[in-house]
Design a protein around this ligand. Structure first.
Ligand code: PEP
Ligand code: MG
Length: 585
């Protein structure tokens, strides 16, 4: 029999992490299960109903358990949010409808439960009352738990897969991605997400080729399909032709050679042709990245995203956990600077065990420093860990998401309390430890002169700053075309932050992804940026751009583009200049 040829499909998305992967599709969904329908004999109907009741009891126990943990760690008011989930489980109408339908239709309970639940969801989604409409999410959430318990499934995780795969998913959360092992997951592709979503950033840190924002990938990809991920150009090919595979095998080799070529720069300083020196550091999420940081020649750690320590675990990290992680990084970097950002939980990074209450706009919600100030004991534990580790290297503390000076003063007061406490206990720490803030909220940029008086440095977080300045959600694939680092408004803000920092006598760095994009590196250098920090893999390329240009050339480029009125003009001008200066085009 002739083998049916599978349809070849090419989809364009957002290039999230460089590299080429050629492999087989592993379709992954953390929550949806394939529900089969099968008949149930009359004699087994009672057993089917008992299965349903047991799943309800188990789900209830799980929720009560979460509530207990939550009230201990975050206060009763957070735990009470789950009361709505319990109410769904106790809804007599829903329960009786499921039982009656099992008896009447004589099919398995999962199938009936999902149908009844869908009917309820449809009713709630059409309600005028916003409060009731929001209950839809509770119903869906509880529904998923019940189905999971009916099927006796655990939430599947992306590790110990036992084979090399290319993960294909509608979406991947940063905590799902954090569990990936590079020797198993050789690439991934998602329908959702943007270049600066944390899932994309993590892919670069883990050096896993990835394409996101593909919108229509999952409906067409089947488990086991052959697939190519082109993370350099943001292209995915499902069921590629033999000639595609041949072409991409060559591209993969070329890319690896290009990377090897760049790595020759790793031990060279970040200095322009006319001897202007800047710092090029790496951003990390885990201490395990230190090998990559050192092998790529980073001159420091410009951003340690410590919130990852809070993900994928059933409790909060202890002071000892913090201390050990920071000590390891400090020692690896010897005397080089290590900027430890206090945790930036919330937004798109949730600690699963905390079941953060749902917010309409999590990116503008109870996240980062706001969460830390609301939960000072969690914050103090982390600060104590950082201070204790500070004697092992050159650590600096950085607060995320500062939007006003009072927040900064409050954070500094808490830091002072922790210092006093350590002193009382006779525990040594670096008394002169530098404290800085991320400038990632437009209000902070506008009052940079006021904030500068209270800190030792600024680090510009363009990933967030751009989304707040332009009102463009960084994780939303539908509006990636509006997420423009070169928007004239963004450039004006950047210039103002850098100038204000310098006037106040403090250094200004950037740890947002913009710092790793070659045309923008020229521009940022010209604006006077002192430090660039991005994923370790980007370090050699940043150095290459800096070493190929004079500071005077870069300043001229910055002056010129500040007069342009659109992002596309600015981007095209800087790209042309980059080509002329670096590649002699
Ligand atoms: C930023 O916002 O630019 C940043 C570096 O922080 P994060 O990406 O973790 O939000
Ligand atoms: Mg940020």
């Amino acid at each position: 029999m002739m083998k049916k040829k599978l349809d070849r499909k090419i989809i364009k998305g957002v290039a999230a992490s460089p590299g080429i992967a050629i492999g087989r599709v592993y379709l992954w969904d953390s929550e949806d299960y394939n529900i089969h329908t099968y008949p149930v004999k009359e004699s087994s109907l009672a057993t089917e109903i008992v299965r349903f009741e047991e799943a309800l009891i188990k789900t209830r126990a799980e929720i009560i358990d979460i509530q207990k943990k939550l009230s201990k760690e975050m206060g009763v008011e957070h735990a009470e949010i789950f009361n709505a989930h319990l109410l769904v489980l106790e809804d007599r109408m829903l329960i009786e409808e499921v039982i009656n339908k099992i008896k009447k239709e004589r099919v398995n309970v999962e199938r009936i439960f999902v149908e009844v639940l869908k009917k309820y969801c449809d009713i709630f989604s059409k309600m005028d009352d916003e409060y009731l409409r929001e209950r839809l999410i509770d119903i869906q959430d509880v529904g998923k738990r019940v189905v999971r318990n009916l099927l006796g499934k655990q939430k599947t995780e992306l590790f110990d897969l036992g084979e090399q795969v290319v993960v294909v998913a509608t979406n991947l959360s940063p905590s799902d991605t954090a569990l990936m092992q590079k020797d198993e997951v050789i690439g991934f592709a998602t329908d959702m997400g943007g270049r600066t979503s944390h899932t994309a950033i993590l892919a670069r840190s883990l050096e896993i080729p990835a394409v996101v924002g593909l919108k229509t990938l999952t409906p067409g990809a089947l488990k086991g399909n052959s697939i190519i991920i082109d993370g350099n150009n943001g292209i995915v090919i499902i069921n590629p032709k033999t000639s595609d595979i041949k072409k991409y095998k060559i591209e993969k080799k070329n890319f690896e050679n290009f990377e090897r070529g760049l790595s020759r720069l790793k031990s060279l300083p970040s200095i322009t042709k006319d001897k202007h020196t800047v710092q090029v550091g790496a951003n990390i999420e885990f201490p395990e990245e230190m090998t990559s940081v050192l092998s790529h020649g980073a001159e420091g750690i410009g951003l340690y995203r410590t919130e990852y320590m809070f993900l994928n675990r059933p409790d909060f990290p202890s002071e000892e956990d913090h201390f050990k992680a920071y000590k390891k990084v400090a020692q690896c970097m010897q005397k080089k600077p290590v900027v430890i950002r206090t945790m930036d939980l919330g937004g798109d990074k949730f600690a699963s065990h905390l079941n953060f209450p749902l917010e309409m706009n999590p990116l503008m919600g109870m996240r980062a420093i706001r969460f830390c100030l609301a939960r000072p004991s969690i914050f103090k534990t982390q600060l104590a860990g950082i201070l204790r580790a500070s004697v092992y290297g050159n650590l600096k503390i950085m607060y995320p998401m500062i939007s006003g000076v009072e927040e900064l003063q409050q954070a500094n007061l808490i830091l002072q309390e922790v210092k006093t406490d350590l002193k009382k206990k006779g525990i040594p720490f670096d008394e002169k430890i530098e404290v800085g803030i991320m400038i990632e909220v437009p209000s902070a940029a506008l009052i940079a002169d006021i904030l500068a008086k209270e800190v030792d440095f600024f680090s510009i977080g363009t990933n967030d700053l751009i989304q707040y300045a332009l009102a463009v959600d960084r994780t939303n694939e539908k509006i990636t075309y509006l997420y423009e680092p070169a928007h004239p408004a963004v450039l004006r803000i950047l210039k103002s932050i850098i100038d204000t920092g310098h006037q106040a006598g403090i250094w200004v760095g950037m740890c947002g992804e913009m710092a790793s994009e070659p045309p923008f590196i020229l521009l940022l250098l010209g604006l006077g940026l002192d430090e660039f920090s991005a994923s370790a893999v980007s370090v050699p390329e940043i150095k290459k751009v800096i070493r190929s240009v004079t500071y005077e050339q870069a300043k001229k480029i910055a002056d010129k583009v500040l007069q342009f009125s659109t992002a596309s003009q600015i981007e095209s001008y800087t790209r042309t200049k980059l080509g002329e200066i670096i590649y002699n085009k």
